[in-house]
Design a protein around this ligand. Sequence first.
Ligand code: MG
Length: 294
Amino acid sequence: MKPMEIGVFLASLGIHDPLKAVEKTAELGMKIVQMPMMEAKWYEKEGVARLRETLAQNGVTCTGACAGFVDERYDDIETVTRTVGLTNPKTAPGRVEWTKRVADFAKAIGEPVVTAHVGVVPLDRKSEQYRHLVRATQEVADYCASIGGTFALETGQETAEHQLAFLEDCSRDNLKVNFDCGNMILYGSGKPIEAVEVLRDYIVHTHVKDGRWPTEPGKLGEEAPLGEGEVGIDGYVAKLKDIGYRGPLVIEREAGADRIGDIKRAKELLERLVGGGEDRGQVTGNRGQETGGR
Ligand code: MG
C-alpha cells in the first residue's frame, strides 16, 4: 500500500454482497478497502476463504475491519450515548468478545487492525462508567496485541482532547485512532483539522467523510458528499501530510441516493489533493516505526 492510498469503506458502496462490493471497488480503480459489519457467515471459515479469494483476484487489499454491534443506533446524541459501543456494562462483555473475533477476522483477510466506536466516553474520568470503559477498551487492545494487532478508536463522539485523555488513561501501545473528519463535525465535537493536531501521535487509519454542523442541540449534523460539507477537505489532507501521516484514506459515505457517484467524485477530489507529491513512495520504510506497523 502506498502512503495515503485512497480506498473505500466497503459498506459505503451500498452493495449488500461483499464479494460484489470488492469487485466494484476494483472497477472504480481502488486497491484498498476496509471491511464493515457484515452477516455472520462472512466471519466463518468459508466466508473468510471466499473473501480472501475475491480480494486477491481483484488486486484489492484490506486495511482492517470495523467492529459494529447489533442494536446500535445513531438517531441522535442521546440514542448514540445509550446504544453505541462498550459503555453499557450489561452488553459490554459480549461486544468485547465480538470485537476480538473481528480482530481475528481482520488478521485473516489482511491487516490485524480493528476499528470501533467504543461509545461516548463519559466526561468524569473518576466515574465508575469511565473506568468501566477503560477496562473494556484495554481488554480488546490486549487481545489485539496478542495477535500482533491494533485497536483503533474512531473519533467524533467526544472532543479530541477528551479522547486523548482516554487514550492516555488506557495506556496501551497498540491502542490508536481511526480519524473520521466527518464525525467531528456531525457530532459537533470540534474542528477536524485542530483535532488532527491533538491526536497526531495516535492516527493510524482515517475515514474521509464530510458533513455539516448540527443545527439543533442533541441532534447530529448532516452528512454531505466529500468537498460539499464543512470539514474543509483540502485543509484536512494538507494537515495529514503535515503530521507525516502515511496510512490509508478510506472514503466513507453513509447517506445520499448516489453513493457510487459520490464515492467516484470523492476519489477524484482526494487524488488531486494527495497528488503525486515528492514525498509519496519514499517514506514507506518509515511507516512501520511511525504507526506501529501500519
Ligand atoms: Mg467513520
